[in-house]
Design a protein around this ligand. Structure first.
Ligand SMILES: [Zn+2]
Length: 553
């Protein structure tokens, strides 16, 4: 006989649901803790195991890598995704590739108005480089893959997001499907990697009037820019969760006799957050609106599958910095700097050294910190090898960034004497704190410290030469101190995300030890009794797990 307590301990759940909020710093939960109602965030914070101190342990805090980490329990050096787009020497020197784009596949059942220029039937205004997508760059298995392997494909695994990468990367190579939206129409689509046509239920959802309802809620009826105009509003979270419910119903998730998995990545926080920052009224409104949406989603799950049969996790793919001008107003060294000017300065110095009087571009375009990618073809032509090229860029970069200092002297204003910050205080200036070359990263020439480990976790090679630039904290690429904010750095605000669990095996409580998003997949894998994902480095969060039932004789 099992002890009484064991009756409620379900060894394997019917369904695992991982909710990922795109760009959500963990302290957003603390800020609004008293305002949350019902069983939205409270399901995790009051009835679940809530880890307040979860930090990504790598330096490239972006959407692609964050989602891959949540699925695989590994960092970029394990799963191969270090950015959203990158220069891939094996694929093109003309354009960057996205982390999931794959020209072997096509997007499925796009409306006629969204057919890309490289496919038959495209309208004259069609975008040129819309290709299919797949997890081709993902080098590690996910929790979903391990559930599928352990059940010989009986477990069913799905992803939902507004963004392709946020749907594909956390679900993995063997997922039954990943769905995301066509950005013009808002229709859900997928790639021929998964299927040739949308299932009937998804087509029915697209035609149900739900898109029009979301547009109406966003006051942009009939728009052809759904992603831009609806995607950044709370209405788009509701829209995504309604699609998730339709999926769970139609695919009969949780009724399979094994453990199914759904990853829902909610994109609106990111789209809005870049614009207004985490400290804005808009962000507060969205936090509270999402709380209501999660309450109704979890209530729906309870009514349809029973929460006793479901394990839930909550996390985010990265945090975010405060708007640099707002930080600077408080005296913190926030700066937005124009990386195009930095690139011009670096190119000018390299021309001076190696090609006097010419305007050779030594760096590949589209600055995308923390990486500065060299055009190795140009250096090779000049007879310069990788080590010398990367060392030179690393040496030139700090001066190029510092040369952007717009106000080397205190600005004398007619501010009142008690104004903050003091007139005598120098305005913040842009500064590079560290530069690492690709060769240093590849050869592990990093400090033997927590910091060195964090940098090492970011390393991936796409066949190009590059340096990794770490600006001072609160400094970022941008077009103005108040023109939004971003996330990309090793600093705490970009790495701090929620991690919380709800479900039968978890001991409710608030946990303050340092944990990481890599712990999510391995904790679920351990509890579900399957192998941890292939490159996983996480720790099973035993402190939050109820004791296993005693083994009776
Ligand atoms: Zn993101």
């Amino acid at each position: 006989m099992l002890p009484a307590g064991a009756q409620v301990y379900v060894g394997r759940p019917k369904l695992i649901v991982i909710v990922v909020i795109d760009q959500f710093r963990a302290d957003q939960l603390n800020r609004h803790q008293t305002e949350f109602k019902g069983r939205g965030f409270n399901l995790f914070m009051k009835e679940g195991a809530w880890f307040t101190d979860c930090y990504y342990d790598y330096a490239n805090t972006k959407t692609g890598p964050g989602h891959a980490t949540i699925g695989t329990g590994a960092y970029s050096d394990g799963h191969g995704i270090d950015s959203n787009e990158w220069w891939d020497a094996g694929r093109s020197f003309d354009q960057q590739v996205s982390s999931v784009e794959d020209e072997h596949y096509k997007l499925v059942d796009l409306p006629a108005s969204s057919i890309p220029a490289n496919q038959p039937g495209a309208p004259p205004s069609a975008a040129k480089y819309v290709v299919g997508a797949s997890p081709l760059n993902l080098r590690a298995s996910t929790l979903g893959d391990e559930l599928r392997l352990a059940t010989q494909g009986k477990a069913r695994v799905f992803g939902v997001s507004l963004k392709d990468r946020a749907s594909i990367l956390p679900t993995g190579q063997s997922a039954n499907a990943a769905y995301w939206i066509d950005s013009a129409s808002g229709q859900f689509t997928t790639s021929t990697y998964y299927m040739d046509h949308l299932p009937e239920w998804a087509t029915a959802f697209n035609k149900s009037g739900r898109i029009e309802q979301a547009e109406k809620e966003a006051l942009v009826e009939g728009t052809t820019q759904f992603y831009e105009l609806v995607g950044h509003l709370p209405a788009a979270n509701t829209y995504e969760l309604d699609f998730a419910k339709a999926l769970i119903t139609a695919e009969k998730l949780g009724q399979n006799g094994v453990t199914d998995e759904l990853v829902v990545s909610l994109s609106p926080h990111d789209l809005q957050g870049h614009q207004f920052g985490p400290d804005s009224e808009q962000e507060t409104e969205m936090d509270l609106a999402l709380d209501r949406d999660l309450d109704s989603f979890f209530t729906w799950l309870d009514q349809n599958i029973g929460l006793q049969n479901v394990w839930l996790a909550l996390s985010a793919d990265h945090g975010v910095a405060p708007v640099p001008g707002e930080a600077a107003n408080l005296g913190v060294h926030g700066v937005a700097l124009d990386m195009l000017k930095v690139y011009d300065a670096v190119n000018a110095e390299l021309n001076k050294r190696h090609s006097a009087g010419q305007k050779v571009k030594y760096l590949l375009p589209n600055p995308d910190l923390p990486y500065i990618v060299l055009d190795k073809r140009v250096f090779e032509k000049a007879g310069i090898d990788e080590q010398k090229a990367e060392n030179e860029v690393a040496e030139i970069l700090p001066g190029a960034v510092a040369s952007l200092n717009p106000n080397p002297e205190p600005v004398i204003t007619d501010k009142p004497l008690d104004a903050e910050p003091s007139d005598k205080r120098l305005p913040p200036f842009p500064r590079v704190q560290y530069v690492y070359t690709r060769l240093q990263l590849a050869n592990g020439q990093l400090p033997p410290s927590q910091w060195g480990t964090l940098i090492a976790h970011s390393y991936v090679s796409h066949g190009n030469w590059y340096v990794m630039a770490i600006l001072d904290a609160f400094q970022m690429q941008g077009t103005g101190a108040f023109a939004g904010t971003t996330h990309f750095s090793p600093w705490s605000y970009d790495r701090h995300v929620p991690l919380a669990f709800y479900g039968a095996p978890f001991k409710p409580g608030e946990y303050h030890q340092l944990v990481a998003p890599v712990d999510l997949a391995v904790t679920f894998a351990s509890l579900a009794g399957v192998n941890r994902p292939s490159a996983a480095v996480g720790r099973v969060l035993t402190e939050a797990i109820k004791p296993a039932p005693a083994r009776g004789n």
